[in-house]
Ligand binder design. Structure first.
Ligand code: SF4
Length: 333
């Protein structure tokens, strides 16, 4: 069985058996009657200098998994290791010194930047909070952060509304870089930007990673973007990883019917030249089922063109050889 390596010294973050349930209804006596299992028995790891792309439809649980990895929400069960040390039971106070290693860039840079504060103060805040700099050194560090994301030093007194969307996302990235983190979670960081600006921000992220060895967990529903930036890709469906592997092998030889359907929905410029506009493969039917009442067996069986009786009765494990693993009864080597 494929379990992500957690003993590797290059592993920055590793999670195993990770679960998160949310209560959604209570009885008259206050007891929980139903729960929504947003993340269900997930194992994965992220190595130093690696980008792990996390893809899936809306409702697949990818944003919840990203927040669990940063311990912004508490897991219901499972283990989270940062550099091999378990952190899942640490209190907010005990987590505080570790927080500088774990940063996040949000989808909407405008909403995530305080509109009342000048950019210089926004960038100075994490430097002060983590006691990285003060006084004249603080101003020098803020200037250096702006330079790293391609913004001039004279923007320090401007406020968020005075910048374009792409510039605001650069500021969001600069704020995440301030404490020199080891892992940055990027939650749909370019989906609110124009395509040309998306490419600039993705190239900036790649350059920063080459320079400093940051690890990224890159959450997106856009497979073209994920292909551009990721080293490995994990595909999520109804709270579980259904396929994980190196980016080339996920895109050239996808094994899970869900991955095939996601890829078939992506426009293919090469296919257009041959008279078609999309890759060949099954089309996704229907909607993702409710995580409050997921299907028995394989969660994808209600939309899978290959489903058999075994898929109704038995949940497929995530199995594979080498780096590529899949959770499908019919597609395991
Ligand atoms: Fe389809 Fe069955 Fe494979 Fe699930 S286990 S993806 S239902 S064939």
């Amino acid at each position: 069985m494929q379990r992500d390596e957690t003993s590797d010294r290059e592993t920055v973050l590793a999670v195993s058996g990770l679960r998160k349930s949310f209560p959604v209804a209570r009885s008259w006596f206050g007891r929980h009657r139903k729960s929504l299992r947003a993340v269900d028995d997930v194992d994965l790891s992220i190595r130093r200098g690696e980008t792990l792309g996390l893809v899936g439809e809306s409702g697949s649980g990818k944003s919840t998994l990203a927040r669990l990895c940063l311990k912004l929400i508490e897991p219901t069960a499972g283990q989270i290791r940062l550099f091999g040390e378990p952190i899942e039971r640490l209190s907010p106070r005990a987590m505080r010194p570790l927080r500088r290693n774990l940063q996040m860039v949000f989808q909407d840079p405008f909403a995530s930047l305080n509109p009342r504060l000048p950019i210089g103060r926004i960038l100075a805040e994490p430097l002060r909070n983590f006691r990285i700099a003060q006084g004249a050194d603080l101003a020098r560090r803020v200037e250096a952060l702006l330079a790293r994301v391609g913004l001039p030093a004279d923007v320090v007194n401007r406020r968020a509304h005075e910048f374009s969307g792409g510039q605001r996302q650069r500021i969001g990235i600069a704020r995440a870089l301030a404490p020199e983190p080891k892992l940055i979670v990027l939650d749909e960081p370019v989906s609110a930007l124009d395509v040309s600006v998306q490419a600039q921000v993705l190239n900036l992220l790649s350059t920063l990673q080459d320079q400093a060895g940051y690890s990224y967990l890159f959450v997106s529903h856009d497979l073209a973007v994920v292909r551009h930036i990721s080293h490995r890709v994990a595909v999520m469906y109804l709270g579980r990883i259904v396929e994980i592997g190196p980016v080339e092998s996920i895109f050239s030889t996808p094994r899970h019917p869900y991955t095939e359907a996601l890829l078939a929905a992506v426009p293919d410029p090469a296919g257009r030249q041959r008279g078609g506009t999309r890759r060949r493969g099954p089309r996704l039917r229907g909607e993702i089922p409710s995580p409050i009442n997921p299907p028995s067996g394989c969660a994808f069986r209600t939309r899978c063109p290959l489903a058999t009786q075994r898929c109704v009765e038995e949940r497929p494990a995530l199995l594979g050889s080498g780096d590529h693993a899949v959770a499908c009864h019919l597609r395991q080597a």
